[in-house]
Design a protein around this ligand. Structure first.
Ligand SMILES: [Zn+2]
Length: 173
C-alpha cells in the first residue's frame, strides 16, 4: 500500500500495516499509517439504489414485452368476426354481430355468457349487452359461431365492437 509522509509529502510504497508507525527517510518525521479510506457510505447506498432501480426497470420491461397473449392464456377465446346492419319489416335498424368462440384446451369447456361491448371513437362504452351463445359445451379444440342481434338502436358513433366471455367456463371432464 502507499503511504505519504505528512510533513514533506514523500510517497512510500511499502507493506506497512495500517496503524504501524513509519519514519520518513527524508525528513525524519514519524507518522502512523492510516487504514485504507473507507468508501463513502452515502455513495455506496446511492449506487446500490441505482442498481436496484435499473434492475426493476429491466424486469418491468421484460414483463411488458412478454405480456402473454390472451389468446394463448385463456381456455376459451371469443372474437368478433363480422357485423351488419339489418332493417326489420317495421323499419327498425338492428346491428347483428357474428363471431367465434374457440376452445383452446384439451378439455371440454362449458361456454359462459358473452358480452358485446360497443365503443365510440374515443373508446367510451356506448352499450354493453349480455347474451347466451347457442353452444353450451365446446369439445377440446372446437369452435362455435355465434350471431347476436343487438337490442340497442344502431348509431353512427359505434366505432368498435368487442366481445368478451363473462366467466371462465369450468372444464368438464
Ligand atoms: Zn518526510
Amino acid at each position: 500500500m502507499k503511504t505519504v509522509c505528512d510533513f514533506c509529502k514523500t510517497e512510500y510504497n511499502m507493506s506497512a500495516r495500517a496503524g504501524s508507525t513509519v519514519r520518513c527517510a527524508i525528513c525524519g518525521n514519524t507518522w502512523t499509517v492510516a487504514a485504507p479510506a473507507r468508501r463513502n457510505t452515502f455513495l455506496m447506498f446511492f449506487a446500490s439504489l441505482c442498481a436496484l432501480l435499473s434492475a426493476i426497470i429491466f424486469v418491468v420491461a421484460v414483463i411488458v414485452t412478454n405480456r402473454p397473449d390472451p389468446r394463448k392464456q385463456e381456455p376459451l377465446y371469443a372474437s368478433v368476426t363480422g357485423h351488419q346492419v339489418v332493417t326489420t319489416a317495421d323499419g327498425v335498424r338492428q346491428l347483428v354481430v357474428t363471431g367465434t368462440i374457440q376452445n383452446q384446451t384439451d378439455d371440454i369447456y362449458g361456454v359462459p355468457d358473452l358480452e358485446i361491448i360497443l365503443r365510440d371513437a374515443t373508446g367510451r362504452i356506448i352499450s354493453r349487452q349480455k347474451f347466451m351463445p347457442s353452444a353450451t359445451l365446446l369439445d377440446a379444440g372446437a369452435s362455435s359461431e355465434f350471431r347476436h342481434v343487438l337490442s340497442a338502436p344502431v348509431t353512427s358513433d359505434i366505432k368498435s365492437i368487442d366481445v368478451r366471455l363473462l366467466t371462465n367456463g369450468g372444464a368438464k371432464k
